[in-house]
Structures are given as C-alpha cells and as structure tokens.
Design a protein around this ligand. Structure first.
Ligand SMILES: [Zn+2]
Length: 207
C-alpha cells in the first residue's frame, strides 16, 4: 500500500515537536511559482505552502505557526528549512552548524520527537579539488574517519564522502556539473532509519 498522497490534519497532533500548540492546516500550492512580492507575503502569512514541482497530492500541510516546522505526511516527520543555523528552534548538530560555508540552505527533520536528519546544500564555483580538500580536512578535525568514492554520470562527477559518528551517518556528495562549471555540495547527517530510507543501506550495513 502506498502512503504517497496521504493528507494529515492538525487534529492528528496536540503540538509541534517544539511543544507549540498553534498548528494550522495550510493549503499546498504545487508547481513552479512566479514569486511576486504578494505571493511572498501570502506564503509568510501561511495562506498557502509552496509544495514544489513534484506534487505528492497533499491538499493541506500541518504547519506550526510559531516555529514553522511542517509535517511531512509521507515520510512521517517534521521538517524545517532555513538559511542560517540560527533559524532553527532546535540547534542543528555541530557538524552541520559549524560547517565551513557562509551561505547554504539548511534542513532539519524530527521524527517521533527525536533527531532524524539534518542537511545543508549549496552551489560553489570554487575549484572542486579545493572544496573536497577543505571538507575532508573539516571532517578529520572532527575526528571522523571519512571514506571516499568517485562516480560519474554524463557531465557530472561526484565525490561521495561517508563516515559515521556514534549513531549518526554522515554523507557528503560533491558533484561537479560540467555544463555549468559549478559544484553542488550536499551534506547529510542521518539517523539510522533516515540513512536506510535514503538508500544508504549498503553504507549502513558496512559501517
Ligand atoms: Zn512549533
């Protein structure tokens, strides 16, 4: 049975993962939006929620009006996106919060009240080799023991760095996009369940 397209309403919860009771069912708007100032304001007022281009069929989404964590009914977790580690009600793990980058998109997922996943991603025009060296240095400073694999697909070259810290799995993908001459960096810190769902099962098994 597929859970995709399931809609959950605020009646399913007494509070958000941060203890706030101010929950709201916000209509989801799918597709590529033309972001006018009006639309920005409506989104800020939680008149709608941008659902992205891959429609999952949720008509409404449960949002905490206080901390803006939203409930993902398909993956059964609360998530929040921010542009700075200080945007998060719950402090991000040190590895993500102290990651050596000025600007990135940050994500946090909380499942059953506990840590589930945290990510950051950004584009860079810096030389890929320099990015790789800096990230590996950072991970080693954190006393992690990263392993590195390389793969490629069409004009993309990816370096994947994996390591484990206590009960968390860390995956860094550094992908050079040849036609854009830009590199996309994504860092995931995952609880075991999230690591398994993210198709890192081989990684979980070998760790
Ligand atoms: Zn809240």
């Amino acid at each position: 049975m597929s859970l995709w397209g399931k809609t959950v309403t605020k009646e399913s919860f007494t509070h958000c993962p941060n203890g706030h009771e101010e929950l709201k069912d916000v209509p989801v708007l799918y597709g590529l939006l033309a972001w006018t100032p009006e639309l920005h304001e409506q989104a800020a007022n939680l008149e709608f929620w941008p659902g992205g281009c891959v429609g999952m069929g949720e008509k409404t989404k449960v949002i905490c009006t206080k901390c803006r964590y939203s409930y993902d009914a398909n993956l059964a977790y609360w998530e929040k996106q921010g542009t700075h580690p200080s945007d998060f009600e719950r402090p991000l793990s040190k590895l993500i919060a102290a990651f050596p980058i000025d600007q990135a998109a940050y994500y946090q997922g909380i499942r059953d009240g506990a840590f589930y996943s945290e990510s950051l991603c950004y584009w860079s025009s810096e030389k890929t080799g320099q990015i790789e060296a800096r990230i590996l240095r950072y991970l080693r400073q954190e006393r992690l023991n990263p392993s590195v694999t390389k793969s490629s697909f069409q004009d993309r070259r990816t370096l994947t760095i994996k390591c484990k810290s206590n009960d968390r799995w860390i995956v860094v993908d550094i992908t050079y996009h040849g036609h854009m001459k830009q590199t996309y960096i994504r860092v995931d810190v995952l609880a075991e369940q999230a690591a398994r769902i993210a198709d890192r099962s081989a990684f979980v098994a070998e760790s």
